[in-house]
Ligand binder design. Structure first.
Ligand code: ADP
Ligand code: MG
Length: 226
């Protein structure tokens, strides 16, 4: 109907505006950060405030980038995606961080998985967020097991960690904006994951045992792209 059309018009204008604002916030931040780093390198004695200012800038930056995912115009550019390759790429991006945190990543994918259609950059973002959360749940190190399997008409991507786990009364809070238990968390990562996977017609399931670890399962429908 006309009313619905008008609503979605408004949404996309808002989305574009938000993306624009995010972009405009990032540019000055980048230059402030650059000059702060310069000052820091020239400072005579260690001045801990620089470190705080730099990490606060990084925090604004991550909030802005997570919001940009949501603000992007709602047209999805689906491309044929080899999830196994995408995951290998994500693991290579995060590996150094994992090694630093004493975390070993194991990856196992079934052979001959079908190609799916996705907005590959968005899926990448989801896998990065889930893998980072798994690593961050194990401050003393541990293992993350990633697997990709076919289950009937779905691809199931699992991230299992041996971390702190999530209390069952907190499970409903996952994905709520700004829900975080981390000192430097944004509490936006899972919200973005849920939104992206929902846009792809999929869902995310969480199983967790306090002190034992958590498993995040991304279930994605295999759609024919013919
Ligand atoms: P952030 O990582 O910035 O805190 P997220 O939205 O990614 O925000 O996660 C929200 C919260 O969910 C985390 O702060 C943490 O409490 C919990 N969480 C997410 N993933 C895990 C995990 N693998 N193990 C334990 N807790 C988790
Ligand atoms: Mg996170």
């Amino acid at each position: 109907t006309e009313e619905m059309l008008r609503k979605s018009d408004k949404l996309s204008v808002l989305g574009q505006l938000a993306a624009g604002v995010a972009h405009e916030i990032r540019n000055p931040l980048t230059s402030i950060k650059g000059f702060l780093q310069l000052l820091e390198s020239k400072a005579e004695n260690d001045f801990e405030y620089y470190e705080i200012m730099l990490s606060e800038i990084d925090r604004i930056n991550s909030i802005v980038s997570e919001f940009m995912v949501l603000a992007k115009p709602q047209v999805m550019h689906l491309v044929p995606t080899n999830i196994t390759e995408l995951m290998r790429h994500v693991i290579s991006l995060i590996e150094t961080q994992a090694i630093l945190m004493n975390v070993q990543i194991y990856f196992n994918a079934e052979d001959d998985l079908p190609v799916i259609s996705s907005v590959d950059n968005q899926l990448k973002q989801v896998f990065i967020n889930l893998l980072k959360n798994a690593i961050e749940a194990m401050p003393d190190g541990g293992n993350v097991f990633i697997s990709i399997e076919r289950e009937e008409n779905d691809l199931v991507v699992s991230f299992a960690d041996e971390g702190c786990g999530i209390p069952s009364d907190k499970l409903p809070s996952l994905g709520e904006p700004f829900y975080t238990t981390k000192e430097k968390g944004t509490g936006l990562g899972l919200m973005v994951c849920y939104k992206i996977i929902e846009d792809h017609g999929g869902r995310i399931q969480v199983k967790s045992e306090l002190g034992q670890g958590s498993t995040f399962k991304v279930v994605l429908p295999i759609l024919s792209i013919a």
